[in-house]
Design a protein around this ligand. Structure first.
Ligand code: SF4
Length: 387
């Protein structure tokens, strides 16, 4: 017990007692499930930051071994089709300035053209690629640029209010365009349920839900009988969320609970939702590794089509087949579906590393493979160095 207490101190730094109490509760619920023949409970998260918390703080070593924590498609960079990468590489090499965030800068395409597989490669070969920290930075820079430019707008519901604000307010200078790769998360969750991916409980994304509201997850318990908890991102938040899922399962209940009540309401942020609606329409969208998902993407609506980079440059933005977007041998399709763990991929930390990513899940700080590669040994290191 003393050993475990010391370890929990390392894991939680501040409140090991609370964590131990939650761990005890989880074991109690697991015991209640046992007589019903439930030996493994699969809990899926839909946010890369939840996976980060889980791995960084070593939560899998605290949660009962009967609970299999799996990651879903919670990283917007990972699911951006290869065709987007190829199209923006083509623009950058033809003299159009491409603005992008750091993670998408290194996102590999499935097909190389003249040895160029990413915007980072394109820049090295003379392409016009500029890294920015925000859309606003890109807008400011484009105001003084002579060339045409395009901003690669990747993200989930969380970032689209800020994109919508600048576009609606007419802040894009002449010659600057927006290329939308925006995705909506609930339709991806529905797709996994329809594909019968085994999931007993869902940890719903906190930041996304702050915008869209917990109401958007009601379909999981009502149609699929899946307990769903909208969770915060501290280790205690994630533990409480798993405990709540186990509690509901042990009572044969299924409903949406907001654990992250300090940021998420049932209805969400009406102002942010209206802003998105004013500028963007929802359409079917391709997710790398999953295929086309009905009503899962944002595109600029007709009133703002003059800002649309896809229209201006006549871009082809879908891979012919979802599998075409995944590089040969990469298991990202299974990783983002919760079917495979990164360590099951033979390329993990051999041909595919954070320094030299081969597949899309190894790039972003929210990509499951990247999280496992960069933080998987965190707890071990912390214990060894007695931090
Ligand atoms: Fe794809 Fe690399 Fe992850 Fe393997 S380790 S699944 S190649 S991203």
């Amino acid at each position: 017990m003393a050993d475990l207490s010391a370890r929990m101190d390392v894991v939680f730094r501040r409140n090991p007692r609370a964590a131990l109490r939650i761990a005890d509760l989880m074991r109690k619920y697991v015991e209640r499930l046992r007589p019903r023949g439930k030996v493994v409970v699969r809990v899926m998260n839909f946010c890369g930051t939840h996976e980060w918390t889980t791995v960084h703080y070593g939560l899998r070593s605290v949660i009962p071994k009967e609970v299999d924590m799996v990651a879903g498609p919670g990283c917007p960079v990972c699911v951006t089709p290869s065709a987007y990468v190829e199209a923006t590489i083509g623009l950058a090499m033809s003299g159009v300035r491409v603005y992008t965030y750091g993670d998408a800068y290194r996102l590999p395409s499935a097909r190389a053209c003249d040895d160029i597989r990413s915007l980072s490669d394109a820049k090295a070969k003379g392409g016009d690629v500029k890294l920015v920290y925000s859309f606003l930075d890109a807008v400011k820079d484009a105001s003084s640029a002579r060339a045409e430019s395009v901003f690669l707008g990747i993200g989930f519901e969380t970032v689209f209010p800020s994109y919508a604000m600048l576009i609606r307010n007419g802040r894009l200078p002449e010659g600057m365009y927006f290329l939308s790769s925006g995705k909506l998360t609930p339709p991806a969750a529905r797709l996994l349920m329809e594909r019968n991916i085994p999931v007993d409980g869902v940890i719903a994304p906190g930041h996304v839900s702050a915008v869209i509201g917990a109401r958007e997850w009601e379909f999981l318990p009502s149609e699929y009988k899946i307990p769903t908890v909208v969770s915060g991102f501290e280790p205690i938040d994630v533990l409480l969320s798993v405990a709540e899922i186990l509690r509901q399962l042990s009572r044969e209940e299924a409903r949406v609970v907001v654990e992250y009540a300090r940021a998420v309401s049932y209805e969400g942020n009406t102002m942010a939702k209206n802003l998105i609606k004013e500028v963007f329409s929802v359409r079917d969208s391709q997710w790398r590794g999953l295929g086309v998902i009905s009503s899962s993407g944002y595109c600029l609506n007709d009133a703002y089509s003059r800002c649309d980079g896809a229209l201006r440059f006549n871009l082809k933005l879908e891979d012919a087949e979802a599998s075409e977007g995944i590089p040969s041998g990469c298991m990202c399709a299974g990783v983002i579906s919760g079917v495979n763990k990164p360590t099951e991929c033979p390329l993990f930390m051999t041909a595919c590393t954070p320094q030299s990513p081969y597949g899309p899940c190894m790039v972003s700080s929210e990509g499951t493979c990247s999280v496992w590669a960069q933080h998987g040994l965190q707890l071990k290191k912390a214990v060894e160095t007695d931090l």
